[in-house]
Design a protein around this ligand. Structure first.
Ligand SMILES: Nc1nc2c(ncn2[C@@H]2O[C@H](COP(=O)(O)OP(=O)(O)OP(=O)(O)O)[C@@H](O)[C@H]2O)c(=O)[nH]1
Length: 653
């Protein structure tokens, strides 16, 4: 049977359709197709659900949830379990040039889609957590709406506006459909929803705080990495300069300039240590380069050059060393070899005169210096750029996509300052990004769900318990009432309603109970002229007289250990076990006198009396009929004899 379609159903269907159309257009326009596909699939699944095809919807939801689970897992799995780079390689294998971030939807979109799909999977049942799942979706969408994560972060956390709009539509469509169904369990939902939503909010706040701190720490770490590189290099250059001063001092001991072989031999170890020295040269007093180590093709070409003439930019530094006897250092100049660099000139003094006689040139090539620096880092991790002011000295590109952060560090070379620009790759940053914030977010959301389920079940149990208790109470009242009625019915079955005396049935049973007792006497009595009393005073008055006589008879007979009952009409009967003829006649006489003494009268004032017949069985098995007949005959005899008297049956049975 097709379910009845309401206006709300139509509205929900319309919203789902709209979201599908919007997602389709988004898929067509977006460059990140894989990231948008889960939204498209989720829209289709929800459409199937709105079309009352739950099985088809579930079939579609399973793979979507699996994919979303994998996406979420890629945020959670520790780097040492599965390196981020491996996932990037997989993405690159699937689509050359792509990264993992191109394949998975942003984190908050993943979570929103997950909660929406889970809500559909549990058929939006309140008892299975659907209200909280939809509440979570709303919260995560609000987080994206207020633009918490619009500042540049490593990961794209929020979805594009169109994606967010689609998710809002899906959420509203689901809410529109389920609002009617949740009406029954609303108290339980309310009791469970607010605390768990509060926990969700706390979780999101905590996650945001942790994520901000983690990124800040990572930022500091990567910044410090560049700083460390620059500081280490500056320190090394200072140390090398100190070493070169010692090297220079060697030549002070001799007055003769070194020959080529001596220079090569002495300079070789220094040059080997400091690879960014383009050469270590001996400059004579006329600023001419006499020796240069290493003696390669480039350096061979500059031997004999006169620096005052050939390198005017460095002239003040050469002059400082050769003429003033102090260390000279050029700015960044174009070296004779054609590359930018800095030259330190260290004066060599005469041993005797302490006058500068020559100088040692320590030629630092900035491209080689940059190379030295660059070889210490991997292009998989960083892109490096060395600048002198606006002039680009060297650049090492990264092998993969760069992250959003770049840092500039000063590299101090004496008074000259170079800028070292480091820009980590996205893969490197994501690999180092702590997983803890997302882990705590996921755990928090799971805990909120468990809290909801526990509170909901608890409230349902309490409600059921109350209803069971109420039913039990009603049942107990019912049982009590029925028992009372039962007792009343039983009492009525065995008693006379007017006089409350045992009736004939009870009397016969009592007689059977005393069947073995001998002698057993039976007393039958009848009110005299009762018809007349009824006729003259009315039946109500007759009833009152009957009741008074019944009370009186009961007292007298029970005192004697017998049972007094109403036999029918205005007739009473008494069973007197262990009473012989005489004893029974005495009881009957007492009864007659007691009734007479009650003061009950007819309309003319004559007293109301009774007549009685007594019969006794002394031996043999009980003969109820014979006994009754004998007592009746005796009663008849009493009536015939004038009434108000006791007559004993002629003989005992
Ligand atoms: N008020 C009232 N009258 C009853 C009840 N049961 C029987 N009677 C009346 O008792 C009367 C019995 O009358 P009878 O059998 O003619 O006997 P009687 O008038 O007592 O005369 P004797 O027995 O011969 O002395 C009838 O009028 C009955 O209607 C009762 O429960 N209440």
């Amino acid at each position: 049977m097709m379910p009845r379609v309401t206006h709300i159903d139509r509205l929900a269907l319309l919203l789902a359709l709209l979201s599908l159309v919007m997602t389709t257009s988004s898929v067509a326009s977006t460059s990140s197709l894989p990231g948008t596909l889960p939204i498209l699939a989720a829209s289709l699944a929800q459409l199937a659900w709105h079309e009352h095809r739950p099985r088809l919807a579930r079939l579609m939801l399973m793979p979507i949830l699996l994919i979303l689970g994998l996406c979420l897992a890629s945020h959670l799995i520790p780097e040492y379990w599965l390196a981020h780079a491996s996932l990037d390689r997989l993405a690159d294998y699937l689509s050359p040039g792509s990264l993992l971030v191109d394949w998975r939807p942003p984190l908050l979109i993943t979570l929103c889609l997950g909660t929406l799909c889970l809500s559909l999977l549990v058929r939006t049942r309140a008892s299975l957590g659907a209200p909280l799942l939809l509440g979570m979706t709303g919260m995560l969408l609000v987080v994206q709406l207020i633009g918490w994560n619009t500042r540049p972060t490593l990961l794209p956390l929020a979805g594009a506006p169109l994606e967010q709009a689609v998710l809002w539509l899906l959420l509203v469509a689901q809410l529109a459909r389920v609002s009617v169904g949740w009406r029954v369990t609303r108290p339980s939902i309310q009791r469970a929803l607010w605390p768990s939503l509060a926990l969700t909010l706390l979780t999101i706040l905590f996650w945001h705080q942790q994520m901000t701190l983690s990124e800040r720490e990572l930022r500091t770490q990567t910044q410090q990495q560049g700083q460390r590189m620059a500081e280490q290099l500056s320190r090394e250059i200072d140390e090398h300069l100190a070493a070169m001063r010692r090297f220079t001092h060697i030549w002070r001991l001799t007055d003769t300039p070194p020959n080529a072989a001596q220079w090569q031999r002495q300079a070789a170890p220094y040059q080997q240590d400091f690879r960014y020295f383009l050469n270590i040269a001996y400059i004579d007093a006329d600023s001419r380069i006499l020796h240069a180590h290493p003696l390669n093709a480039v350096n061979r070409g500059i031997i004999g050059s006169r620096l005052y003439d050939d390198q005017p930019a460095g002239r003040p530094a050469v002059r400082a060393a050769l003429e003033e006897g102090r260390e000279g250092r050029t700015d960044i100049i174009t070296l004779l070899q054609g590359v930018p660099g800095i030259i330190h000139y260290l004066p060599i003094f005469h041993a005797d005169t302490e006058q500068p006689a020559a100088a040692v040139a320590m030629v630092v090539s900035l491209p080689v210096l940059a190379d030295t620096l660059f070889t210490r880092t991997s292009p998989d991790e960083l892109a490096l750029t060395l600048r002198a002011g606006q002039e680009l000295i060297a650049h090492q590109p990264a092998t993969s996509r760069l992250g959003p952060w770049q840092y500039e560090t000063s590299l101090a070379l004496e008074s000259e300052t170079l800028a070292l620009i480091t820009q980590p790759t996205l893969a490197q940053l994501l690999g180092q990004l702590p997983r803890l914030p997302v882990v705590s977010l996921a755990i928090g959301l799971v805990l909120a769900t468990l809290l909801y389920l526990a509170l909901f079940a608890h409230h349902q149990m309490i409600t059921q318990h109350h209803s069971v208790t109420r039913s039990n109470r009603e049942l107990r009242t019912e049982v009590r009432e029925r028992t009372r009625l039962q007792q009343e019915i039983e009492w009525l079955a065995g008693h006379d309603e007017l006089t409350s005396l045992p009736n004939r049935r009870t009397f016969m049973k009592a007689l059977e109970r005393h069947a073995d007792q001998r002698p057993l006497s039976l007393l039958l009595c009848d009110i005299d002229h009762f018809k007349r009393l009824n006729d003259q005073l009315g039946h109500l008055e007759g009833d009152r007289h009957l009741t008074d006589i019944a009370k009186c008879g009961r007292k007298v007979v029970e005192r004697a250990g017998g049972l007094f009952a109403r036999f029918g009409g205005e007739e009473f009967v008494a069973c007197l076990p262990c009473h012989d003829h005489q004893q029974a006649s005495r009881v009957a006489e007492s009864l007659r006198q007691a009734v007479e003494g009650l003061g009950l009268t007819h309309a003319d004032g004559t007293p109301l009396t009774i007549s009685a017949g007594v019969a006794t069985q002394v031996t043999g098995p009980l003969q109820t009929d014979a006994l009754l007949r004998a007592a009746d005959e005796a009663l008849y005899a009493a009536k015939s004899a004038g009434r108000n008297q006791v007559v004993l049956a002629g003989m005992s049975i």
